[in-house]
Design a protein. Structure first.
Length: 277
């Protein structure tokens, strides 16, 4: 029997802009409101990046994260997943500053376990930083969402799990179709799925036109899904999405047609062994 489906909403990410889609949220209020709309539509987890409220440039300012978290927690039991990707952080303490969102005690934080050629640069995630971040999350009681952009990243994830640095049950996000990671295909999804460590819960995402086929196949395979503006600004060909909640609503409809129940926030906490804050 398949677990109930956990839907994550990735509210704004670091790349989409209002020039591409005017509905992309920038301010903490906009980000929180779109997360709450997604929660009402059926999402159990909100993956949060923050932006400069005026320019929309990616930010890692703790005060912006804090405002989003307060607004969401003031109106819902939505599980909050803060990014630790560290966009626009410079200086000698980048690794430590990336972990500042842990101070807000979200239910989850992203944990990128491998470096990657990313767009025109390098997304650096050295092994020592990964282990430090994972250990800090376990110490505080935050569930890492282990981000997998390529097959080799699964090897490092398995190593952390085997050493007990990741608390049970591990939660893994398969990120397909991200330039220059693993391709966004059913073949790649099946390959990653076959290599997953035992007794993990997993989800899948893909950008743009790949989002719908990859998440639907993940749903059919017993996995969970992530949708939202971070990964896609179009609801269908040529039609800009009005909000993150529209992606969630469509996912709920597909799951219903395929007779897969939707996980509530309480269901998600129980499945992932996360205590309520």
């Amino acid at each position: 029997m398949q677990d109930k489906l956990i839907i994550s909403t990735a509210v704004c990410g670091s790349v989409p802009s209002k020039k591409q889609n005017p509905n992309i949220p920038y301010t903490p209020l906009e980000i929180a409101n779109q997360a709450l709309e997604s929660w009402r539509a059926g999402a159990a987890i909100a993956h949060i990046h923050v932006r400069d409220p005026t320019t929309g440039i990616p930010s890692s300012e703790l005060k912006l994260f804090s405002e989003v978290v307060k607004r969401i927690r003031g109106e819902s039991d939505l599980l909050i997943n803060l990014t630790t990707s560290g966009f626009n952080i410079d200086g000698p303490d980048v690794g430590e500053k990336r972990l500042e969102p842990l101070e807000l005690r979200p239910e989850l934080c992203s944990l990128d376990v491998g470096s990657l050629n990313f767009r025109d640069g390098i997304f650096m995630n050295p092994s020592d930083w990964v282990e430090k971040a994972a250990s800090r999350m376990k110490e505080i009681g935050i569930k890492p969402e282990i981000e997998i952009f390529d097959i080799g990243h699964l090897h490092q994830a398995s190593h952390l799990i085997e050493r007990g640095i990741i608390a049970d049950p591990p939660w893994i996000q398969l990120c397909l179709g991200i330039r220059w990671g693993i391709e966004g295909s059913l073949r790649a999804l099946c390959d990653l799925h076959a290599r997953l460590p035992k007794d993990v819960h997993w989800s899948a995402l893909a950008p743009g036109a790949l989002q719908l086929p990859i998440t639907t196949h993940a749903l059919l395979m017993g996995g969970h899904v992530r949708v939202g503006f971070e990964d896609n600004i179009y609801l269908s060909r040529g039609k800009l999405a009005e909000s993150n909640s529209k992606f969630v609503e469509r996912t709920v409809q597909i799951a219903s047609q395929l007779q897969r129940e939707i996980a509530t926030c309480d269901d998600t906490r129980k499945l992932l062994n996360i205590q309520k804050n």
